[in-house]
Design a protein around this ligand. Structure first.
Ligand code: PRP
Ligand code: ADE
Length: 177
């Protein structure tokens, strides 16, 4: 990615102060989605990075992770697996609880969606504390999947997510800090 491309992506993300709570600076990736050039570029840059790396599945987390994970999976020619909030997946699931920057939640994955030895790339829109992706990585590993990489559109470095995921053996990549 060139510095110019990254700057273009950065400028497409609006910032909303005090949403959803006082003191939170909300980085709104939906403004990037509204610009087809920015949305396409974000997908192209991720596809370029992970093409020919042996990825066999892409996992994306509800809800905004779906918007980036699914197009990357299609472009890489591999399956997409959703990790969802509780009670949304119809087949047998595994669950993990996690903490957010603003709250706590549980995530689920279909037990039969990952095969032992799958090389799984995890994609989400934004890395904050890393709780969402730490829980997601645990789910994938419980099913025998191999996870070494997680990719994001936005990293909020002051929240320490990258260090938390590095401690779990995950290399983090983000387009915009
Ligand atoms: C947001 C964001 C990431 C997560 C990052 O999702 O899309 O998934 O929080 O936070 P973390 O690194 O501290 O875990 P949210 O749970 O708000 O769900 P949504 O995408 O369904 O709005
Ligand atoms: N998810 C967690 N923290 C966030 C933030 N500051 N902006 C957007 N999404 C978030």
């Amino acid at each position: 990615a060139t510095a110019q491309q990254i700057e273009f992506l950065r400028e497409s993300i609006k910032t909303i102060p005090d949403y959803p709570k006082p003191g939170i600076l909300f980085r709104d990736v939906t403004s990037m989605l509204e610009d087809p050039k920015a949305y396409a570029l974000s997908i192209e840059l991720l596809v370029e990075r992970y093409r020919n790396t042996g990825v066999t599945k892409v996992v994306g987390t509800e809800a905004r992770g779906f918007l980036f994970g699914a197009p990357v999976a299609l472009a890489l020619g591999v399956g997409f697996v959703p990790v969802r909030k509780p009670g949304k997946l119809p087949r047998a699931t595994l669950s993990e609880s996690y903490e957010l920057e603003y709250g706590t939640d549980t995530l689920e994955i279909h037990q039969d969606a990952i095969q032992p030895g799958d090389n799984v790339l995890v994609i989400d829109d934004l890395l904050a504390t890393g709780g969402t992706i730490e829980a997601t990585v645990k789910l994938i590993r419980r099913l025998g999947g191999v996870v070494t990489d997680a990719a994001f559109i936005i990293d909020l470095p002051e929240l320490g997510g990258e260090a938390r995921l590095t401690a779990q053996g995950i290399n983090c990549y983000s387009l915009v800090d």
